[in-house]
Design a protein around this ligand. Structure first.
Ligand SMILES: [Zn+2]
Length: 347
């Protein structure tokens, strides 16, 4: 009987040593906190291997029990320390990974946008006039019949209403067919002298083709002061066409009719492609029509209570797409509105 007791304590010591070796290997191998926790549960958990081992202690002779308990406690302490050490290591690694920035990694390319050619042209036109002392103002795209027609000397039944036909809304309002209503709105609020340009979107119920769109852009200009003459209009527009298209550009005025100006003219510039000798772009005429202008009709002044005996003014208006097409050699107006980036990327 006396021989068997040391055998039991010896076997327990061997079991503990083996358990310690295996546990250390598993702790070493654990790569995540979760794996490490599984090792802890396996050895130190409530039903873990160490707990099972401790259940065998009462089977030992009384005098060997303290020794067995010490061995088990030592193992518990050692494994606890090893687990904590490894846990800290894994946590540090995880934090480092989260913080690490690899400067050799290729970056995320941000697509660079550019200004739409219509916006760019509209800004360029406005800027030239602003440098001449004009102020840029905007007005509503939904207008009343009064501002779009009547106040501009186009009374109901006037044949010019046909030319400026537009979209009519159910509430009696309409989409403005020109930026000229802005002139009236400004003149109602401000006293002369004034110089304004009104860039913006306008609408006409035209069938869409290479040179027509139901929506396009205009820049409208107005100057009101004492002693303003047709020469001021001509001087202002000649500065504009040279700034816009080049110093060698020539300009000509053709008599025309607009209801809101008198006299009125259409203005051509010498062809920017052929210089006037004739080509396909200018239909072999040597000239390109670019804008309409004239002296403000006294009836328009009457509508805003300016005394036409005291104040004179000139007004002009141009289509932005038309200017952009000439300037950039674009042959189809629809390209502006199709949102094809292959087209837009060129600007
Ligand atoms: Zn030409």
């Amino acid at each position: 009987m006396m021989e068997k007791v040391p055998q039991k304590i010896k076997s327990m010591r061997r079991k503990i040593e083996k358990m310690e070796q295996e546990a250390h290997i598993l702790i070493e191998k654990a790569e995540t906190q979760e794996e490490l926790n599984n090792v802890r549960v396996k050895y130190l958990g409530r039903n873990g291997l160490l707990a099972q081992l401790l259940k065998l202690v009462p089977q030992l002779a009384l005098k060997y029990r303290p020794q067995a308990g010490r061995l088990a406690n030592t193992l518990k302490r050692k494994l606890g320390e090893a687990l904590r050490g490894k846990y800290d290591l894994l946590r540090k690694k995880k934090e480092e990974n989260e913080l690490r920035i690899d400067i050799t990694m290729p970056g995320i390319l941000k697509e660079l946008g550019s200004i739409h050619p219509v916006s760019r042209t509209m800004e360029e036109i406005s800027r030239i006039f602003m440098n001449l002392g004009f102020k840029a103002v905007e007005g509503p795209e939904i207008e009343t019949d009064y501002y779009n027609f009547t106040a501009l000397n186009i009374p109901e039944g006037h044949p010019s209403r046909e030319t400026f036909h537009t979209f009519y809304l159910d509430n009696g309002r309409l989409l403005r067919s020109q930026t000229s209503p802005v002139q009236v709105r400004v003149m109602e609020k401000e006293r002369p002298p004034l110089r304004i340009v009104a860039p913006g979107r306008v609408f006409r119920p035209d069938a869409t083709d290479a040179s027509h769109s139901f929506m396009f852009h205009q820049v409208e200009g107005l100057a009101v002061d004492k002693d303003i003459t047709f020469a001021d209009l001509k001087g202002t527009l000649s500065v504009f066409v040279r700034e816009m298209f080049g110093q060698e550009i020539r300009m000509r005025f053709r008599p025309h009719f607009f209801p809101f100006t008198e006299p009125s003219a259409e203005i051509d510039i010498s062809c920017i492609i052929c210089g006037g000798s004739g080509c396909r772009v200018c239909s072999f005429k040597g000239w390109l029509e670019i804008l309409g202008a004239g002296m403000v009709d006294p009836n328009v002044f009457g509508a805003v209570k300016y005394d036409p005996e005291v104040w004179q003014g000139f007004a002009f208006g141009m289509g932005v797409e038309r200017i952009a097409m000439l300037k950039y050699g674009i042959t189809d107006i629809r390209l502006f509105f199709e949102n094809d980036v292959r087209f837009l990327r060129q600007f």
